[in-house]
Design a protein around this ligand. Structure first.
Ligand code: AMP
Length: 400
């Protein structure tokens, strides 16, 4: 079985063709500058097949982009499948499913309408995701399609975790609540954690740390998300590459009044000029921070320390929320690769049974245990694989 996984942005589209049972990747790539000029990248994972890197392909709309993907996949010389019939279904990443979706679903007209209804909650992402779905439906009529939502995994949170202490009408009328994001990743790594520990998900309390350019933490109790750090939008929670994370809302009033900024300008600062980049003045990339800190840049060190400190506070908070923790998971770009940040997060948590093995921690991007043998709380490094999770959900729903 082969599943095509699509992650559509407003002017870009990432794709992977993979086997959901074995996890084998056949090809992956990226369409960029859709609606502008069109650049196409194709990376077949079969030996002897040639890669295409940012070649010019006219892509006035997402439909031409999908067509370019299909043409490459079935190409006589460099393709990885014989014909389109070998694509059994398409799985689409959709950012926001609001309260309408607590799991992945087969896409129908009603589902499209419900995704449309969520546009006010994710005005940048959901329209692009819908464009990707419609383009696929046009180019691949009759092929089953599934929507996999970033928010769905967190729909199990109890009201005390997802409600903001605002007038209740803002929830009832305006749907203002914590939704959480990165759900596909948190679900994937918590499933892998159970497999690694030889336990059922129902037996485990996990703190899942998805630390990348965007970062979020989830408390996963008995296989269900019971709290998460991102909120109504992905701006909340931890400081990130360029996002501020949580802050005192009073700061907005103070800065907007002082500098005559409108709300859009203010949010642009919070989304694009803050986080570890804003704090360090160096970069949003943790590799640059590490190098700068090693050369004595105090603000780069402060940005790393601030980030790790906030992660540590969530670990403690979620252990308290769940009444314990069996394992802490590190995943995504920073979590998988940055041993220094992992060490900073775990340092000082020995009192609660978290003991990092310095030697085992000297590793990158490999599924492994990095705690000491006698650590009560296991520390796990688990490379995330959102595409595989999407492919598995898609296969499960379309095979039924
Ligand atoms: P993601 O959003 O999960 O793709 O993560 C991207 C981020 O991971 C980059 O911006 C870097 O900050 C971080 N990253 C990637 N590789 C490394 C590395 N070798 N060491 C430290 N951080 C890394």
């Amino acid at each position: 079985m082969n599943i095509l996984v699509i992650n559509a942005g407003s002017s870009s589209l990432k794709y992977q063709l993979l086997n959901p049972d074995t996890g084998d990747l056949l090809a992956k790539g990226l369409c960029e500058r859709i609606g502008i000029d069109g650049k196409f990248t194709y990376k077949p994972q079969i030996e002897g097949k040639e890669t295409l890197s940012a070649v010019d392909v006219a892509m006035p709309t997402h439909a031409e982009a999908i067509q370019a993907v299909l043409d490459a996949l079935v190409d006589a010389k460099n393709g990885v499948i014989g014909s389109m019939q070998e694509i059994d279904a398409v799985g689409h990443r959709v950012v926001h499913g609001g309260e309408a979706f607590n799991q992945s679903v087969v896409i129908t007209d009603e589902v499209l309408k419900a995704i449309e209804d969520c546009i006010p909650l994710a005005p940048l992402h959901n329209p692009a995701n819908l464009t990707g779905i419609r383009a696929c439906q046009k180019v691949m009529p009759g092929v089953p399609m599934v929507a996999v939502f970033d928010t769905a995994f967190h729909q199990t949170m109890p009201a005390k975790a997802y409600m903001y202490a605002l007038p209740y009408a803002y929830y009832e009328t305006d749907k203002v609540r914590r939704y959480g994001f990165h759900g596909t990743s948190h679900k994937y790594v918590s499933g892998r954690a159970a497999a690694m520990l030889g336990k059922k998900p129902e037996e485990l309390k996990l703190v899942s740390c998805h630390l990348g350019n965007g970062s979020s933490i989830a408390a996963v109790d008995c296989g269900k998300s019971v709290d998460t750090s991102m909120g109504f939008t992905p701006l909340a929670g931890l400081p990130m590459g360029t996002r501020s994370g949580d802050l005192d809302a009073g700061i907005l009033q103070y800065l907007m009044n002082k500098y005559g900024m409108g709300i859009d300008e203010m949010l642009n600062v919070l989304n694009k000029k803050s986080g570890v980049e804003g704090l360090s003045g160096v970069s949003s990339d943790f590799r640059d921070l590490e190098n700068a800190a090693a050369e004595g840049n105090q603000r780069a060190l402060l940005a790393e320390e601030k980030f790790a400190y906030e992660v540590k506070k969530y670990v403690g908070a979620y252990a308290a929320a769940m009444g314990g923790v069996d394992a802490i998971i590190f995943t995504a770009g920073v979590g998988e690769n940055d041993k220094g940040i992992r060490a900073m997060v775990c340092q000082g948590l020995e009192y609660m049974g978290v003991k990092l093995d310095a030697e085992a921690n000297n590793v990158r991007g490999k599924e492994c245990v990095i705690s000491t043998a006698d650590s009560k709380v296991k520390i796990l490094l688990i490379p995330t694989n959102e595409e595989l999770m999407i492919a598995k959900d898609t296969a499960a729903l379309t095979q039924k």
